[in-house]
Write a protein that binds this ligand. Structure first.
Ligand code: FE2
Length: 190
């Protein structure tokens, strides 16, 4: 059984209340959707996997040992397929002792992490818009260790395990987020 996009959006709204976490979740889903199209995978289910990956984050009070575990319980109950649940758990593999191996696992970890770099870059723009970020400047910010230092570059680079070059991935993620500025931008509530 698969969950529909609308149903997944309802779950996101039910469990994730913070504005930033919601936008982070939506952005992750939109990038995952684009990657799925590129890989010929199920874009709806990849989108859903992206938007629901942090569904338990507020619930477990950011406890790193519970994050992903609780989500997998909730999502198993809701009927999300095991393959997607496993990917969600694996995005917190560092804390749960799981090694990411499948394409979808690398894709989710890289996608959710790159959103942090792009949101932080938008805040540096005079108008705070994602649309104002230049592709070249995003790539520079990726290399600058002091910029958004908490954003783990190694996890973003994990995209290369899927066969996509880092530079292409950064462009793709930025493009997707620009196209969805109305959902993701400053001042827009979801
Ligand atoms: Fe996340």
């Amino acid at each position: 059984m698969n969950i529909s996009r609308d149903y997944a959006t309802g779950l996101l709204k039910k469990y994730v209340k913070g504005d930033y976490l919601r936008k982070h979740s939506l952005a992750s889903g939109l990038i995952m959707e684009r990657l799925a199209k590129r890989f010929g995978e199920n874009s709806d289910q990849w989108y859903i996997t992206g938007i629901l990956h942090d569904i338990d984050y507020e619930l477990v009070n950011e406890d790193p040992k519970q994050h992903g575990v609780k989500a997998s319980e909730i999502l198993a109950e809701e009927g999300l397929e095991e393959d997607y649940i496993k990917a969600i758990k694996a995005h917190n593999g560092e804390n749960l002792g799981i090694t990411r191996e499948r394409t979808i696992e690398h894709a989710l970890a890289a996608s959710e992490t790159v959103t942090g770099l792009i949101f932080a870059s938008a805040l540096m723009m005079p108008d705070k818009k994602i649309a104002s970020i230049k592709d070249k400047s995003l790539k520079k910010k990726f290399k600058s260790k002091s910029f958004a230092a908490k954003v783990n570059r190694d996890i973003i680079r994990e995209i290369e395990k899927t066969g996509i070059e880092l530079s292409e991935f950064l462009s793709l993620a930025l493009e997707v987020m620009k196209q969805n500025e109305s959902l993701l931008g400053e001042g827009n509530e979801n």
